[in-house]
Design a protein around this ligand. Sequence first.
Ligand code: KPL
Length: 307
Amino acid sequence: MTTHWILGPGAIGRLLAHSLAPLVEVVVIGRRELPSRQMLTTPEGEARTQHLTLLTAAQLAAADAPEPPAFVHITTKAMAAEAALASVASQLPSSTPLVLWQNGFYAQPRINQTWPGPVLCATTTQGAYLTGDDGVVHAGRGPTFLGDLDNQHAALAETLTAQLNEAGFSATAVSDIRQRLWQKLAVNAAINPLVALNGVRNGALQEAAYAGHVESVVTEVAAILQAEGIAPPSGEQGDDAWLALVRQVIANTAHNKASMLQDVEAKRPTERGAILGPLIASAEWHGLTCEALTALDSALAALEARF
Ligand code: KPL
């Protein structure tokens, strides 16, 4: 039976584990021990319990010669992905395909440059959150797109897409994953820092008090993405198309607590380095102004320093 390793038992990692476990052998690897009896609540509210294999990296190392996995999914936060890979790399053939599920555009180019085997990237709008050490809620279904940054592993992306679809994901293999990662990053940059710093749900950004701030961020992001050659998903060009997309996502996720707000509330480091970092670096590279983005990044850094 094919084996998939999942590095990072967060919400997406556990959702993936629950979904794949009936079809393939799944090993979930984390930093601390977790109960093997795990519960998934479906979007329809049905509770399902499964026994999953959850190991720490040390337990995996102590196990004798584990079966080499067909795929290693890295589902940690962006800034933790490289360390998670390093914790198991000595047990993996260097040709093992990786699947990166991170937000932003930080872990993907770095791991793609250094890992000798194929590196697929995934971007998903599946909604999930943890309810403790033994529970995950699948809050809402959303599409998942898969591909590699150099477009050299289309067949592998198709193979994984087929397995994910069988597991109940709605997955599509694509040849423009870099575009899609930047498009998601643009939306995240316009929403996440503002709601995290102000302690509000996404829908609050529809209020007049935040409108000017959202627009200044989107104006900077639109100029940076144009310089990067990334168009909005609507196919239209310019600030207005990006603003329309951001407003649409705000309306669709009005009741959400954005992931960055959840991090701030839990006093965890945020993903500012993976979301604002690549935009600020790109602005500097292209000689563009990014005062609003830099101000958000500094404010988040100051907040994190107090944790
Ligand atoms: O992806 C998101 C996140 O929370 O990280 C958004 C789109 C902002 C929805 O909450």
